[in-house]
Ligand binder design. Structure first.
Ligand code: NAP
Length: 479
């Protein structure tokens, strides 16, 4: 590892780069070694970030949407120029294979370009009036300063999914990346600065999550909190937001079902299931957590799926052609091994993998478990690891019931070529996203979010912009 990668990183806030005495150490999950440190802010500094944001707000909101879009395009250009370098940082801090970090960079850039344009379409409307002499108009205004909290599993893109629409809408953003993976967000802040966005419009706050959340919840300048992370923390934020009635957008945990019907194209179904399960080393909120295969094709699907899994290469994300990187930390590895053991204890059969790989870093062999009982933890709790539990169903109704039989509802998948069935699934599956023969359904131009305990609100698409705007009715009398 080069000296450059062992450096100490500053935090960008108030339009300046700050170094503090308190440091957070960053660990490479491929080695378990600490390779960088980041300055952590205290409560007063987080508080002052909101003052700086509020000071920047009037000028930022006064720009036209086209002018704000031009800034976002310049950030996107900077991100594009530095994509390979920042992708390298993502792999170092998160562990994911470099090709997938590059994919995350491409999506980050696309989110910026999409919202740079979409900001120009924040339409209000004029409503046909009902009272003579009156007129009614609806206008959209920026909600105000936004506090954003992002997780470690997609360290950059999930923060930018919040920051880009908020900035496009005219809102300053205070972003808290995960303490485990702040480096790519720091590099992003450099892109923001290079693009000439005024200080205070975009800031980072890094430090104790609880302390920062407390400031977000209690500071009246913070007009909206947007959070991606666990359902448990989401629940805490809901409680904390009660006092100030602070609006929340919540992107929380998932437990995605993946249904394989007997009319599917089997090779395509196997390929898309591999993507839905193993992308990001299974550490994705939309990862296929529960795989249900129609009984008549179970044996053939499993044979081909296991063959596909056995071809996946596990190793450090910076090594060429790696498909599966390490898990984020020892806790993640232990939780996955515990789920495997528990599923086997309930009658599941490990068809491949099932064990830790090596003793350096946090690698788990990609694992397939067949005949998994519905009572197993991996069918009830988010797995966040490259572990694919499989079981069977007989009929479409049973498949839908199994899919919906969870308190979560972020995403779902179905492999089928029957158009009537696809419409029935689209109407009945309880999830924010349904991937039909599509293991990677997320895209800048379509809404993303969950139902039930997977969260509130939507990101991306035109809904992603709406989340940062107020709707105001203006009534004209004496017309
Ligand atoms: P997490 O523990 O909830 O952490 C997410 C973020 O919240 C991090 O920045 C974390 O900071 C912060 N945080 C921790 N405790 C907090 C508290 N008491 N109050 C406010 N913020 C707090 O989740 P994670 O382990 O990073 O991420 C995995 C989870 O995120 C999974 O459940 C996954 O499904 C979910 N997720 C959902 C989506 C979606 O779009 N629905 C996308 C990706 C991930 P520190 O890192 O500094 O502790």
């Amino acid at each position: 590892m080069s000296n450059d990668e062992q450096k100490s990183y500053k935090v960008y806030f108030g339009g300046k780069w700050i170094e503090t005495g308190e440091k957070i150490q960053i660990t490479d999950p491929a080695t378990g070694e600490k390779f960088a440190s980041v300055s952590a802010l205290n409560r007063d500094q987080v508080h002052s970030a909101f003052d700086a944001a509020q000071a920047a707000f009037p000028a930022w909101r006064a720009l036209t949407a086209k002018e704000r879009g031009a800034f976002l395009f310049r950030v996107a250009d900077e991100v594009h120029k530095r994509a390979d370098e920042i992708a390298h940082l993502i792999t170092l801090e998160n562990g994911k294979p470099l090709a997938q970090s590059k994919g995350e960079m491409a999506m980050t850039e696309d989110h910026l370009r999409w919202f740079a344009e979409e900001g120009r379409r924040a339409y209000g409307r004029v409503i046909p009036h009902q009272a003579p002499g009156k007129r009614n108009m609806v206008v959209k205004t920026p909600i105000g300063v936004v506090g954003a909290i992002a997780p470690w599993n997609f360290p950059l893109v999930l923060g930018i999914r919040k920051a880009a629409p908020a900035l496009a809408a005219g809102c300053p953003v205070v972003l808290k990346p995960s303490s485990q993976t702040p480096l790519s967000s720091i590099a992003f802040a450099e892109c923001v600065e290079a693009a000439g966005i005024p200080g205070g419009v975009f800031q980072l706050v890094i430090g104790s999550a609880r302390m920062i959340a407390e400031e977000f919840l209690t500071n009246p300048i913070c007009r909206k909190i947007t959070f991606t992370g666990s359902t448990e923390v989401g629940r805490e934020l809901i409680k904390g937001a009660a006092q100030a009635i602070k609006p929340l957008s919540l992107e929380l945990g998932g437990l995605a079902p993946l249904l394989v019907f007997d009319d599917c194209n089997l090779d395509q179904a196997v390929q898309e299931t591999l993507i839905a399960k193993f992308r990001n080393t299974g550490q994705s909120c939309i990862a296929a957590n529960r795989i249900y295969v129609q009984r008549s094709i179970h044996d053939e699907f499993v044979k081909r799926f296991v063959a596909g899994v056995q071809k996946l290469k596990t190793g450090p994300g910076l090594e060429p052609s790696v498909d599966i990187g390490p898990l984020i930390n020892q806790q993640g590895l232990d939780a996955a091994l515990a789920q495997i053991e528990e599923a086997v204890g309930r009658g599941g059969k490990v068809l491949c993998g099932g064990k830790r790989k090596g003793s350096t870093g946090y690698f788990l062999e990609p694992t397939v478990i067949d005949g998994v009982s519905a009572a197993s933890l991996c069918m009830r709790e988010e797995t966040f690891a490259p572990v694919a539990p499989i079981t069977t169903f007989e009929t479409e109704d049973e498949a839908i019931e199994l899919a919906n039989g969870s308190e979560f509802g972020l995403s779902a998948y179905a492999m089928t070529r029957d158009i009537a069935r696809i419409f029935r699934l689209a109407e009945r599956i309880e999830a924010g996203t349904l991937g039909i023969n599509d293991g990677a359904p997320t895209t800048s131009n379509a809404p993303f979010g969950g139902v039930k305990q997977s969260g509130w609100g939507r990101e991306l698409g035109s809904e992603g912009l709406e989340a940062f705007m107020e709707t105001k009715h203006v009534s004209f009398g004496g017309m």
